[in-house]
Each structure stands twice: as C-alpha cells, then as structure tokens.
Design a protein around this ligand. Structure first.
Ligand SMILES: [Cu+2]
Length: 132
C-alpha cells in the first residue's frame, strides 16, 4: 500500500513536470508579445511589470532618443545604443527573477527611465489550479 501511494505521487509529480514543460515549449513556439512597454520622453510605460516565465516583452519607442539595457537580473538584454525614431525591441524572459533595465542616454535614468520586471516561475502559477 505504501508503495502504491508513493507510486501515485511520483506519477502526479511527473505529470506536473511534463505538463509544465509542454506549456513552456508551446508558448516559446508561438512567440507572441505578452506585454508592450511604450518608450517616450522620459519614461517607460508601464514602468514596473510582472510577467510569467516564457513571456515576451516588446518595447516601442514613440518619442526621443532612448534604448533598453539590463542592469540587474538572471539574463541580460540590450537593444543597442540609444536611438531616435520608431524602433522596437522584443525579449523573451525564460529565467524567473527580478530584472532592472535603464535607458543609457546620459541623464535619462535621473529623469525616471529605470524599469523593473518581475518574472514569476510558471510552475507555481498553475499549481493552484491542480489543488482546486
Ligand atoms: Cu531615454
């Protein structure tokens, strides 16, 4: 009986892991934009965002000379030197954690161009739906 219970739980855990992995790879394949951040003089809107592991963020410059360059976080990203015009940049966050990024145009950090992204692990997101 003890062995059967252990076997059952091993099955449940294996199922959860396989399900999570499948959902992650399915999302990566679709590569859809989950959050769009508008870049203007002198802000990222929204400034602080919370997303799930595997989500893609898109930055769209609408006004001024700016860029996107990570300063803190498990993965780094940078779209190049600050530029004017209607550029856009996409990054997919596959590693959970807290990220910070800035605009490297001199003086823009002091004007508020420092954004934060919280990436939640996908496993913990669908765990409550199993318990329900
Ligand atoms: Cu800027």
């Amino acid at each position: 009986m003890k062995k059967m219970v252990r076997c059952f739980f091993t099955g449940v855990i294996l199922g959860v892991v396989l399900w999570g992995g499948q959902s992650l790879s399915a999302r990566a394949a679709s590569n859809a934009v989950d959050v769009t951040v508008v870049v203007t003089d002198f802000e990222y809107a929204p400034l602080d965002i919370e997303i799930d592991q595997g989500d893609t963020v898109r930055w769209e410059n609408q006004n001024g000379t700016h860029n996107v360059s990570s300063t803190i976080g498990p993965e780094s990203f940078r779209n190049g030197d600050p530029a004017a015009g209607s550029w856009s940049f996409e990054f997919t966050f596959n590693t959970p954690g807290l990220y910070s990024y800035v605009c490297e145009t001199p003086g823009h950090i002091a004007l508020g161009m420092e954004g934060q992204i919280t990436v939640n692990p996908r496993f913990f997101n669908f765990l409550p739906s199993i318990i329900k």
